[in-house]
Design a protein around this ligand. Structure first.
Ligand SMILES: C[S@@+](CC[C@H](N)C(=O)[O-])C[C@H]1O[C@@H](n2cnc3c(N)ncnc32)[C@H](O)[C@@H]1O
Length: 216
């Protein structure tokens, strides 16, 4: 665990410039990014926050899907935000980027209709996950929903082996709840009433699971 208090996008700062290439080569993004945005049911005027926006891949996918939305992203790491900012500008996309932590979101209560997130919660400790889910709940307005994709319990032996590499890189403690498949329980602990797994995609590094959660 880095002294800075968070795990960077690709585990190490020096890998941050390679993050998008590594993702493209290894993560079968087509199998879960588009479907994740699709399941969120974005409509014109929807207020969206991407928590742990990273290099803005998911936020840009959301913008592509619903250019009439009000789309923002928050991340704790200035380096990855610089990359996100460059990509957003390149794409000519209306995505607002803000620095801040998932466990203390820099937004007023109830200001978003959808919170999206991908591959972020496994960077947090168990108590931080619950704190982040509570923060998501706080910033969601009436009728708001959380839609996210992250590592879940591996679907088989090979995905389990691949996930061991991720766990060694990002921390065995931080990834335990994912390995054990207890994220739905943590969402309920944070006050979400409806929690459902919406889809699954295997990658060489483990099994990605997509969730929908509605505040209780
Ligand atoms: C593996 S990357 C995923 C990035 C992006 N969501 C994607 O799908 O490509 C994890 C991201 O979470 C961010 N992150 C880690 N801890 C965080 C925290 N406490 N608050 C906000 N962002 C955090 C990292 O800086 C990094 O950009």
């Amino acid at each position: 665990m880095a002294k800075r208090g968070y795990v960077p996008a690709a585990g190490f700062d020096r890998l941050t410039p390679l993050y998008d290439v590594l993702m493209r080569l290894t993560m079968r993004e087509h199998a879960w990014r588009g479907p994740l945005v699709e399941q969120a049911g974005l409509e014109p005027g929807v207020r969206v926050l991407d928590v742990g926006v990273g290099s803005a891949a998911l936020a840009l996918e959301a913008f592509k899907h619903e250019p009439g939305g009000d789309i923002g992203g928050v991340d704790v790491d200035d380096r990855i935000l610089a990359r996100a900012s460059w990509k957003v500008e390149e794409a000519g996309a209306g995505v607002q980027l803000v620095r801040g932590s998932a466990v203390d979101l820099p937004f007023e209560d109830g200001v978003f209709d959808r919170v999206l997130s991908s591959l972020v919660f496994h960077h947090l400790t168990r108590s931080e996950k619950v704190a982040a889910f509570r923060e998501v709940r706080r910033v969601l307005g009436v009728g708001g929903e959380l839609h996210f994709a992250d590592w879940g319990s591996p679907s088989g032996v090979l995905t389990g082996l691949g996930f061991s590499l991720v766990r060694a890189l990002d921390g065995f403690d931080r990834t335990r709840a994912h390995r054990e498949g207890v994220l739905p329980g943590l969402l309920e602990e944070a006050g979400f009433g409806v929690v459902e797994e919406v889809g699954v995609a295997d990658t060489v590094f483990g099994t990605m699971r997509r969730y929908r959660a509605v505040p209780g």
